[in-house]
Design a protein around this ligand. Structure first.
Ligand code: SF4
Length: 430
């Protein structure tokens, strides 16, 4: 690697988590295209991911041989400014049991609980755009994790409305089959749990996990045990680029997972420098569908980490999504997007509408904390420079219940992410 590039990566990796394995290095990255290669951008932190002033300050400290503690403080300051827990995850989503907060769980939507097993809070490689990057920087205050499933099971028994548990991370499939069993098996004793989802990027970053690893077969037997109870086992696979499913190993991994009766649902964010191209998405969704996996979500990159480097405006995201969607056969049109997983819920941008009164984004709540709001459409003023829900101004005609829901985390909740503003509220601010 060019020495200057190597040093700039070293600098960015002081702030952003960096980990890469042999498989990604030798099978996924096209080195003659680096540093512009999308797989290279996906795993190697770039110095432009830091703001200019922060990058220069850090570089100066390192050049001046500042002590490790001074550098550590500077790094901590930069990280704190990167919105380590977006979308109110810590404020709003952590449930309680008998007055005790359960920090390794999140319960945002009625049917689904997220479970963060402590041993699964790392990944085979790290994505530079990861919205859970704060999990990987060794700061216990920022980390979601729980050592075992006891609290989860107790919580589920009190909440029979929860039908789905998403085991997530990090990547739960960094755990051995035996370890994974310790977390998954107890869920089979809770009759109201009908679907176990496992969020993973292992098919992309380490497909050996399902094919040649020592306990690959044992892992698949665990999957079979889950499906044989009549439950759904859904592998929520994260594929950012078609190259990740182009290898023989990845295709074999998918076939072996499917042979257990598990289903695969595929999702990823739209990311500048990695996959901001309609042809890339159309190719990815076609390939997923051809493998028997379900294209599920195209997400908008969350407002965290090096968001300024990766973000794509909503106006472009919606055009790109529809451009890619139109190229798909009907069976692959299961995908939804572009979707913002924001504080109030999952908001999809359905399109852009021109009216005599101006231009609007057509939006819809795909998921909401209040189930009564799921599916409700609304609209906001069009803006070519809007990147996230908080950049939008709602149509003044938006019904009051939606306005209240969309302003969760707004000015009336100190210290949290702002919800969208009404035109009225924006006028007040001015
Ligand atoms: S695999 Fe998922 S959790 Fe791990 S770094 Fe990538 S986006 Fe983050």
């Amino acid at each position: 690697m060019d020495p200057q590039l190597r040093e700039s990566i070293r600098l960015a990796a002081r702030v952003l988590p960096f980990r890469v394995n042999d498989y990604v290095l030798t099978r996924l990255i096209e080195w003659d295209r680096a540093p512009d290669d999308p797989m290279f951008q996906l795993v190697f932190p770039q110095s432009d991911m830091l703001r200019d002033n922060e990058r220069h300050r850090l570089a100066r400290l390192i050049a001046a041989n500042a002590s490790e503690s001074v550098i550590r403080d500077a790094v901590a300051g930069i990280r704190a400014g990167l919105n380590p827990h977006p979308s109110g995850q810590q404020e709003f989503n952590v449930p309680s049991l008998d007055g005790r907060r359960l920090p390794g769980l999140q319960h945002k939507y009625r049917e689904t609980v997220l479970y963060f097993p402590g041993q699964g809070q790392t990944c085979h490689s790290y994505c530079t755009y990861c919205f859970r990057w704060a999990q990987f920087i060794g700061d216990q205050d920022l980390r979601f994790a729980t050592p075992g499933p006891d609290d989860l099971v107790a919580y589920l028994r009190r909440h029979p409305e929860v039908s789905d548990v998403l085991v997530t991370g990090g990547d739960p499939l960094v755990m051995s089959a035996d370890r994974l069993r310790q977390h998954v098996e107890p869920l089979l004793g809770v009759p109201s749990v009908r679907t176990i989802r496992i969020g993973t990027k292992a098919v992309a970053y380490w497909p050996q996990r399902f094919v040649t690893d020592r306990d690959a077969d044992t892992t698949l037997r665990l999957f079979e045990e889950v499906t044989s109870t009549g439950r759904q086992l859904a592998v929520m696979a994260h594929f950012s680029h078609p190259r990740e499913i182009g290898t023989d190993l990845a295709r074999t991994a998918v076939a072996r997972i499917r042979s257990t009766g598990a289903s695969l649902y595929c999702q990823a964010p739209l990311i500048a420098h990695v996959n901001d191209d309609a042809a890339v998405w159309a190719e990815l969704w076609r390939a997923e569908s051809a493998m028997g996996a379900v294209p599920y979500y195209l997400f908008v990159e969350r407002d965290t980490g090096p968001h300024g480097y990766f973000r794509v405006p909503l106006s472009r995201a919606v055009d790109l999504f529809h451009d890619a969607y139109r190229r798909l056969p009907g069976l692959a049109r299961t995908v939804r997007g572009p979707v913002m997983s924001a504080t109030p819920g999952k908001v999809v941008v359905d399109g852009v509408q021109d009216e005599p009164t101006g231009r609007y984004f057509q939006l819809r709540l795909l998921q909401a904390r209040d189930p009564a709001l799921v599916g409700r459409p609304f609209r906001a003023r069009y803006s070519p420079s809007a990147y996230w829900l908080t950049d939008l101004v709602l149509d003044p005609a938006t019904p009051g219940d939606l306005v209240r829901a969309l302003r969760v985390g707004g000015a009336d909740v100190p210290g949290a992410e702002r919800g969208v503003m009404t035109a009225h509220a924006q006028g007040e601010q001015r």
